[in-house]
Design a protein. Structure first.
Length: 90
């Protein structure tokens, strides 16, 4: 008994999957960490509590967008939270 040929719909689905995978791979490669990201000039020593909170919120947005790594996010957030805690305890 001969093997059956794939149907036209199945071939079309396979091509669609391959095109989707290629597009996803291309998007991932386009997201290089070397790209210029919007950076906010920030002076931690003269910042108000509102500015510290805004900076933490901005960092969350950058992390969610994949612009910064978890390690960088966690380290800077810890420093800002310590400053914020110190400011609130004064």
């Amino acid at each position: 008994m001969a093997t059956r040929r794939t149907t036209s719909n199945k071939r079309e689905r396979e091509r669609s999957k391959q095109a989707k995978a290629a597009a996803k791979r291309e998007r991932r490669q386009d997201k290089s960490p070397d790209e210029e990201t919007e950076t906010i000039e920030f002076d931690e020593n003269s910042a108000t509590t509102e500015e510290l909170i805004e900076r933490i919120a901005a960092m969350h947005e950058q992390f969610d967008a994949g612009q910064i790594t978890f390690e960088a996010f966690d380290e800077e957030k810890s420093e800002l939270m310590a400053l914020l805690t110190a400011r609130l305890s004064e």
